[in-house]
Design a protein around this ligand. Structure first.
Ligand code: NAD
Length: 355
């Protein structure tokens, strides 16, 4: 076995169905007296449910802030910060996906307030020390333990309402974390176990969810897989797939989970010649002979869109993205080659199957 370093992030995880009922005790355990509940406008009913639960337990909720927005725009964070100061907030409860969790992290970055997070997608932000923020259309990313939530409550009940299309793409977003975790330069055997199990759980659950979004076991398996994949994302470095998605999302304003879904088989195919053992592990986790074919089969079952052009990216963007993808070099199992990456982006743009 190769030598390795294993780090873990401090977090308390509560997983199950109906686990929301642990929230009042967790708020008290952290010594929070005036929590602010965060959500998007679309999930204000989830925020209201949480506020009622806390109030029923005698906790004085400072208020709700329901304006979380994708990519954590600075103006929204500053507006939320006004609430935090004016309402004497001493802790945060975020209910939602990466957008809401991002807002909680942005507030924690500025205040060090404790955070309790109830994730409702499979994106995994709750498990990472990563915060992306957008100012004047430019997204910058920082890594700091300050933004890690103290407590994560995974409650399967909050995921039944995640629309089928987003369930599928968010699940593939999670699988992408584990795939890149399996070949991370700073990977280790424990992370690889988590990654393989995360892929296996999601690959089994997602096709069932697409047919029946309220299947209890599949929703539970998917959330479990998302936790594992998020843990992988939080602990080891990502490579060309995540870099490409960051470039494409940021430059062409493409949706996060859908972009990951389209790019993943192509990015993996680019790395495949340099990672034969990992390809076998991925295939095994997908329950197929071949990893790329396994991903193609899974994406077909999930009925997801396969072309970036379907999301409004122009053909002229292919060269721009290829230039940006090699601009700031980073570690990848296969050296970065502009022509090879241009072909990855072109195929993803056109929606051709990965080979
Ligand atoms: P999202 O949080 O933007 O959610 C998409 C929409 O679905 C929102 O309207 C949301 O309210 C709604 N929604 C979420 N869960 C729902 C549910 N259970 N029922 C009904 N509606 C629900 O989507 P996302 O993909 O989770 O997050 C994307 C954002 O997170 C991006 O900005 C991305 O960069 C960021 N992200 C950050 C990290 C990190 O480590 N920092 C990791 C992953 C994603």
């Amino acid at each position: 076995m190769k030598p390795f370093v294993y780090n873990s992030n401090p977090a308390r995880i509560i997983f199950g169905t109906g686990t929301i009922n642990h929230l009042p005790d967790e708020v008290k355990r952290l010594g929070i007296h005036r929590p602010l509940v965060l959500s998007t406008p679309e999930q204000s009913s989830h925020a209201a449910q949480i506020e009622s639960l806390l109030k029923a337990d005698g906790i004085e909720v400072a208020g709700q802030f329901n304006k979380a927005t994708m990519h954590t725009p600075l103006d929204v964070t500053l507006e939320a910060m006004k609430f935090v100061t004016e309402l004497n907030v001493d802790g945060l409860v975020a209910v939602g996906g990466g957008s809401t969790i991002g807002l909680g992290k942005a507030i924690a970055l500025r205040t060090d307030l404790p955070q309790i997070v109830l994730p409702t997608t499979y994106a995994g932000s709750e498990m990472t020390p990563i915060i992306g923020q957008t100012e004047n259309g430019v997204k910058t990313t920082q890594v700091t333990a300050k933004v890690l939530p103290e407590v994560v409550i995974y409650d399967v009940d909050f995921t039944y309402s995640l629309p089928v299309g987003l369930s599928a793409t968010s699940g593939i977003n999670a699988i992408a974390h584990s795939i890149e975790g399996l070949y991370a330069q700073n990977g280790n055997p424990v992370i690889s176990l988590m990654a393989e199990e995360g892929i296996r759980a999601l690959a089994k659950a997602l096709p069932i969810i697409v047919e029946n979004p309220i299947d209890k076991e599949a929703r539970s398996d998917a959330l479990y897989g998302a936790w594992l994949c998020g843990t992988v994302l939080g602990l080891v470095g990502m490579s060309v797939h995540h870099k490409l998605c960051h470039v494409l999302g940021g430059t062409f304003n493409l949706p996060h989970a859908e972009t990951h879904t389209i790019v993943l088989p192509h990015a993996l195919s680019y790395n495949a010649p340099n990672i034969p053992d990992v390809m076998k592990r991925i295939a095994n986790a997908l329950g197929q002979e071949d990893a790329i074919e396994g991903l193609n089969i899974l994406l077909t079952k999930l009925k997801v869109k396969r072309a970036l052009k379907d999301f409004g990216m122009e053909e002229t963007g292919i060269d721009k993205a290829a230039d940006l993808a090699v601009k700031n070099p980073y570690w990848n199992p296969r050296p970065l080659d502009r022509n090879g990456l241009r072909e990855v982006i072109r195929r993803a743009w056109a929606g051709e199957p990965a080979m």
